[in-house]
Design a protein around this ligand. Structure first.
Ligand code: GRF
Length: 201
């Protein structure tokens, strides 16, 4: 069974989907630690309700991002975390974490990368008027929103969609896809080939 460290900054609905998948027996993993970049994040309430240890960092700590990541890395190591799962984590991951967890940090992005990178993937796709957007799950490397792609799902933007309805569609796909992908990782079915592409057996 793999041990996950989940990094959040906000509502934590993806964290909740992961917690639920573990308790439903759909994901062979344990959430060993939840780290929040914001002490007021609602995701911390979800973690406490599930009995998961937490760590919250005040924003002053991020004045030195290398120091913040070194603190997080030490805590993840102490919790014997195997994989780091970014779930709405609004900080850039830097060297101390990348070096400690090479090809073991996973992110979910609410658009079809490489389109609509950045912090507002849903809004940017909506405003651009594209007819299809979606969800991407990828490994994290030093290039922001550019690591090897593990899975993508398309979401159609219909004539009658407003931003809120599009957000709902994206989130409901995310909540299904993230636990599925983590289960593929937990069962060692995900690898990166020599060309840097993800292969799933
Ligand atoms: C998700 O849409 C995720 O793709 C993005 O941030 C959002 C996090 O939502 N990176 P939540 O905190 O999991 O509810």
């Amino acid at each position: 069974m793999i041990r996950l460290g989940v990094l959040i900054s906000g509502s934590g609905s993806n964290l909740q989907a992961i917690i639920d998948a573990v308790s439903d027996g759909e994901l062979d993993a344990e959430v060993a630690l939840v780290v929040s970049s914001r002490p007021e994040a609602y995701g911390l309430v979800r973690a406490h309700a599930a009995g998961i240890p937490t760590m919250a960092l005040a924003k002053e700590v991020y004045r030195d991002p290398l120091y913040a990541d070194a603190l997080i890395e030490a805590e993840l190591r102490a919790a014997r975390v195997d994989y780091v799962v970014l779930a709405g984590y609004m900080r850039k991951v830097c060297r101390p974490l990348l070096e400690a967890y090479p090809d073991r940090i996973i992110n979910i992005h609410p658009a079809l990368l490489p389109s609509f990178k950045g912090a507002h993937g849903i809004l940017d796709a909506y405003n651009a008027g594209v007819k299809v957007t979606g969800v991407t799950i990828h490994f994290v490397n030093e290039e922001y929103d550019k690591g090897p792609i593990i899975a993508q799902r398309p979401v159609a933007i219909e004539e009658d969609d407003v931003l809120e309805s599009l957000e709902e569609k994206i989130h409901s796909i995310e909540h299904r896809l993230y636990p599925q992908v983590l289960q593929l990782i937990a069962t060692a079915r995900v690898s990166i080939d020599q060309s840097g592409k993800v292969r799933i057996q």
